[in-house]
Design a protein around this ligand. Structure first.
Ligand SMILES: [Zn+2]
Ligand SMILES: [Zn+2]
Length: 321
């Protein structure tokens, strides 16, 4: 079943200095949508925020932009007044981690449980879980910019390709996808509620956003999209079943992810063929390898234009940054 009213408008996107964010909202209101089971989605605060709420408290996936934290906290309270125990970050961009410091401070860590052993500061707010590359990106200076404030850094990182958590009676898989949108992307899978939070590996508002400078790649993006497709169990005819919360845009299901993966592979193949013919980047752009998909995903303005996508695919396939 498709959920009603999920046609959330495309967020205007702007590139912040140093590429630390991939989107910025200009709508000052946030909205809460029930997804299924204990899972909710908060939109309008930057990247989409996933909320799982139950008897043990609240877990959020991503925290939106820093300047939206008060509204995000108010929105979380409309879902549950329980303590915020966990924050999981899908990647380091500021539209997904900007609210970490404030939302973490509003929560409290569980002492005991299956991740407490590696939490450094059990007394100081919610635990922030992310792949180690997220911490590296948030804590390392980028060019002339200072690193992001320490209060927003992950407190519990993992180096392997998977971390497991059990919370609110539900198993949660955190699955690292190397070199996709960035080098630190995680897919978060709520096993009982059958919901996947993808971060910016998958969005409905633009072509795949590949942050080459932060270790992203076209092949890694395709591999991660394939992983999401493999995890989904639809009901009939591709609709319903596992629900998918994208990094930006509306709630999705199997057919949406399948179409996005197909589009990405087709455009990758076209650009690969053009590279084999010896075409330059300018020639590839002029040949418009995305033309038939531009009405759905294309853009000539904003942060992630069609030209930038084509350039990222071209450079990624040639092994350039
Ligand atoms: Zn991003
Ligand atoms: Zn984003």
């Amino acid at each position: 079943m498709r959920h009603p009213n999920m046609l959330i408008r495309t967020l205007p996107i702007l590139l912040a200095a140093a590429g630390l964010t991939c989107a910025q909202n200009q709508d000052s209101e946030v909205h809460v949508w029930p997804v299924q089971g204990d899972i909710y989605m908060i939109v309008g605060a930057g990247g989409n925020i996933t909320v799982q709420a139950g008897k043990d408290g609240v877990l959020v996936v991503d925290t939106g932009l820093a300047n939206m934290s008060d509204k995000v906290l108010a929105a979380i309270k409309t879902i549950s007044t329980g303590p915020i125990r966990y924050i999981i970050n899908t990647h380091y961009h500021a539209d997904h981690t900007g609210g970490n410091a404030k939302i973490r401070a509003a929560g409290s860590t569980i002492t005991g449980g299956n991740v407490a052993g590696d939490i450094k500061d059990a007394a100081e707010g919610a635990a922030v879980i992310a792949h180690n590359n997220v911490l590296n990106r948030l804590s390392a200076p980028t060019g002339t910019d200072a690193p992001s404030p320490e209060g927003g850094w992950p407190t519990s990182t993992f180096l392997s390709d998977q971390k497991k958590l059990y919370f609110n009676g539900e198993g949660i898989d955190i699955l690292h996808q190397p070199a996709a949108h960035t080098d630190g992307d995680s897919i978060v899978f709520f096993r009982r509620d059958d919901v996947i939070s993808t971060g910016d590996i998958f969005t409905t508002t633009a072509y795949p956003i590949i942050d080459l400078a932060a270790g992203g790649s076209i092949q890694g993006t395709i591999d991660a999209l394939q992983k999401i497709v493999d995890m989904i169990i639809p009901i009939y005819g591709q609709e319903g079943g596992t629900m998918v919360i994208p990094g930006h845009g509306r709630l999705c299901d199997f057919g949406d992810v399948l179409n996005f993966r197909e589009m990405t592979i087709i455009i990758r193949d076209r650009i690969q063929d053009m590279i084999k013919k010896g075409m330059t980047l300018e020639q590839v752009k002029a040949a418009r390898p995305t033309q038939d998909y531009d009405p759905l995903y294309g853009s000539t303005t904003g942060f992630w234009t069609t030209d930038k996508f084509v350039e990222a695919v071209y450079k990624s396939l040639k092994g350039e940054k």
